[in-house]
Design a protein. Structure first.
Length: 173
């Protein structure tokens, strides 16, 4: 039994004196931070045929430079920290950004771009707008400067007719 204990003590002593060369798998390495992908879309929502800017400027990596920005926007692949694109149809478009740092580590972020009809040229069919109808009944009518008070216009018409009738009756007397 003494021989077994002596061998165990000798192995422990050798292991304690072992030096791990730099870069070896057993060496304690500082924690490497992976990159962090971040997407900014301007504008979102966008109108049909409006130029949309996709930016990865807020993507970060604490200890290395980000060296590659790959965008997948509606099945199209684009490269760069900032890219632009226009869309000719309304809808929801998936956006995926993958960033890679100098060590080859990657991170991916996703977002959705909403493209709507151009409301300036194509009014929504469920919201027809009358040309002389004010947007809000509580706002003053810009043409007349009056609040739309129910019966107010009729009251003025009656007062005007009574005034004309009174003047005509006085002239006849």
């Amino acid at each position: 039994m003494v021989a077994v204990e002596a061998v165990a003590v000798a192995v422990a002593a050798v292991a304690a004196e072992a030096v791990v060369p730099p870069g070896a798998p057993g060496e304690d390495e500082p924690d490497q931070q992976k990159p962090n992908a971040a997407i900014a879309i301007d504008p979102n929502p966008a109108a049909v045929n409006e130029t949309v800017t996709f930016s990865a400027a807020k993507s970060t990596d604490e200890d290395q430079d980000i060296v590659d920005y790959e965008w997948k926007i509606n099945k199209e692949t684009l490269e760069g920290k900032t890219v632009t694109k226009t869309f000719n149809k309304p809808g929801e478009y998936p956006v995926k950004l993958t960033v890679r740092n100098e060590a080859g580590e990657t991170d991916t972020a996703t977002a959705t771009l909403t493209v709507k009809k151009d409301t300036k040229t194509d009014p929504e069919p469920d919201e027809p707008k009358e040309p002389d109808q004010p947007d809000d009944p509580d706002e003053p009518d810009e043409d007349r400067g009056l609040l739309p008070i129910p019966g107010f216009g009729m009251s003025i018409a009656i007062v005007a007719l009574l005034s004309v009738a009174l003047l005509l009756s006085r002239r006849q007397n």
